[in-house]
Design a protein around this ligand. Structure first.
Ligand SMILES: [Zn+2]
Length: 146
């Protein structure tokens, strides 16, 4: 049997993985996660990794769709040649251009964009969705179009 991925400590959307728990009845690897709204939830590993589940359920469906669109956008060929579509190892959010920053006891999300070697700081937000929105706007404003 394949060794399950180690997800402890990783962040997927609003969820921070706390620890692995017993497999579900289908034999799938399950993880206990804490949502940034403080609720705990148990999520299937695959659903975390492919961003099907990004919160305890408090996130509105529309935002979830926006999140998925954001994920897909980075492999959309038109603009990606201007900036790297790869996530850097320090990026723990799974969202390109949005990184996790810790201030004392709280976790915030910083949006950044690098265009032609120049890094632009797009602000720091309490919610990943706000940082994603800032990043999206940054792409619109800062990435030159042909
Ligand atoms: Zn939540």
């Amino acid at each position: 049997m394949a060794k399950p991925l180690e997800l402890t400590g990783r962040v997927f959307g609003h969820l921070t993985v706390i620890k692995r728990v017993e497999n579900n009845k289908h034999g799938r690897t399950m993880w206990l996660c804490q949502c940034d709204c403080t609720k705990y939830t148990t999520v299937e590993g695959a659903k975390l990794v492919n961003h099907t589940t990004i919160s305890c359920g408090h996130v509105h469906k529309g935002l979830k769709a926006a999140f998925k669109a954001q994920q897909e956008k980075r492999i959309d060929g038109v603009q990606t040649y201007l900036y790297s579509g790869k996530l850097t190892p320090s990026n723990k959010t799974g969202v390109k251009g949005v990184s996790l920053v810790k201030y004392k006891d709280t976790v915030r999300f910083r949006a950044q964009i690098t265009v032609r070697g120049i890094r632009h700081d797009l602000g720091t937000y309490d919610r990943i969705t706000e940082a994603m929105e800032a990043r999206r706007k940054g792409e619109e404003e800062l990435i030159p179009r042909e």
